[in-house]
Design a protein around this ligand. Structure first.
Ligand SMILES: NC(=O)c1ccc[n+]([C@@H]2O[C@H](COP(=O)([O-])OP(=O)(O)OC[C@H]3O[C@@H](n4cnc5c(N)ncnc54)[C@H](OP(=O)(O)O)[C@@H]3O)[C@@H](O)[C@H]2O)c1
Length: 250
C-alpha cells in the first residue's frame, strides 16, 4: 500500500508511526519534520504537493482545516484516484468538489493513540482500501450515513479533551504529594480498566454505573459534587458547541 500525505504535522507523524508496512510519500513543507520522518520511518519526501498527488493513487490530507480546502483546489487530481481527508469540520460536499475527479472520503481519529495502533477511526463513506489502512491504526467504524459520521466525528475533540481530563486528575494526585509516575499510571490504568468494562461487559451503562456506586459511598459523593457544579452537564454543552462548529446549522 502506497499513500501520499499532504501536511506533515502532528497527525501525519502519528499515522506514519502507527501504520507499519505502508509506503508513504510526504509533502515537503513543515520545517524539517518531513525529512526527519522520512529518515526514521523510511518514507519518501516529494518535491511539491502536486508531486505527492502525481505519485500516489491514495492521498491522505492532514492539512490545517482552515486552509486545506483552498490548497486542494489548487492541485490537479485524476480519475481513479482516492483522497481521504482527516481535517476536522471539512464537509464531504466541499471536499468532493475540491478533489474532483478523484473520489473523496472523510475520516476522523484521535491522532496520538493511532501511533500505538490503539485509536478508533471513522470513515465516510466506506471504502475497502482506506479501511485496510485505518485498520493498521486501531478499530475502524465505517459510516454509510453522513449525518451519523458528522455526529461521531465530534469524538476528535472528545478524545483530545479526555487527555486534558487525565492530566487534570494526575495533577491532583501530584499536588497531594503522590509521585508523578504513580499518579500518571494510576489515572491511565483506571480509565483503561473502565474502558475495558464498557468493551467487554454485557451490562448496560446504567447497570454498570449502579454496580460501581456504593449507596452513601465515595463514588456517590464525588459524582454528587461534580453534578452540583455542572461538571458532567458541561460536557454536553461543549460537545454541542463542537458539533455546531464542525457542521454549521446542526
Ligand atoms: N493532531 C491530531 O491528533 C489530529 C487528529 C485528528 C484530525 N486532525 C486534523 O489533522 C489536520 C492537521 O492537524 P495537526 O494537528 O497535524 O496540525 P499541524 O501539526 O499544524 O500540521 C499541519 C501541517 O500542515 C502543513 N502545511 C500547512 N500548509 C501547507 C501547505 N500549503 N503545503 C504543505 N503542508 C502544509 C503545516 O506545515 P507548517 O508547519 O510548515 O505550517 C503543518 O506541518 C487538521 O485538519 C486537524 O483537524 C488532527
Amino acid at each position: 500500500m502506497k499513500i501520499g500525505i499532504l501536511g506533515v504535522g502532528h497527525l501525519a507523524e502519528y499515522l506514519v508511526r502507527g501504520a507499519v508496512g505502508v509506503e508513504f510519500v510526504l509533502s515537503p513543507r513543515s520545517g524539517d519534520k518531513a525529512a526527519k520522518l522520512a529518515e526514521s520511518h523510511r518514507c519518501a519526501v516529494a518535491e511539491s504537493n502536486q508531486a505527492v498527488v502525481d505519485l500516489c493513487d491514495m492521498v491522505l490530507v492532514c492539512l490545517p482545516a482552515a486552509t486545506g480546502l483552498a490548497l486542494l483546489e489548487g492541485l490537479k487530481f485524476r480519475d481513479g484516484q482516492s483522497v481521504c481527508s482527516a481535517m476536522a469540520g471539512v464537509s464531504y460536499a466541499a471536499l468532493t468538489a475540491s478533489v474532483a475527479p478523484a473520489e473523496a472520503f472523510c475520516a476522523m481519529m484521535p491522532g496520538f493513540a493511532n501511533a500505538f495502533s490503539a485509536g478508533p477511526s471513522l470513515l465516510y463513506p466506506g471504502d475497502a482500501e482506506w479501511e485496510a489502512f485505518l485498520a493498521l491504526l486501531g478499530p475502524v467504524h465505517r459510516f454509510a450515513d453522513r449525518q451519523a459520521f458528522e455526529t461521531a466525528a465530534v469524538f476528535g475533540a472528545m478524545s483530545g479533551a479526555s487527555v486534558f481530563l487525565l492530566r487534570h486528575l494526575a495533577r491532583w494526585y501530584e499536588r497531594q504529594r503522590l509521585d508523578a509516575v504513580t499518579a500518571r499510571r494510576l489515572v491511565a490504568e483506571t480509565f483503561r480498566g473502565n474502558a475495558e468494562v464498557l468493551l467487554q461487559s454485557d451490562s448496560g451503562l446504567d447497570e454498570i454505573a449502579v454496580g460501581v456506586t456504593t449507596p452513601g459511598g465515595i463514588t456517590e459523593q464525588l459524582v454528587g459534587v461534580l453534578d452540583q457544579r455542572g461538571a458532567l452537564a458541561a460536557w454536553d454543552e461543549a460537545m454541542d458547541a463542537v458539533l455546531a462548529r464542525m457542521v454549521p446549522g446542526r
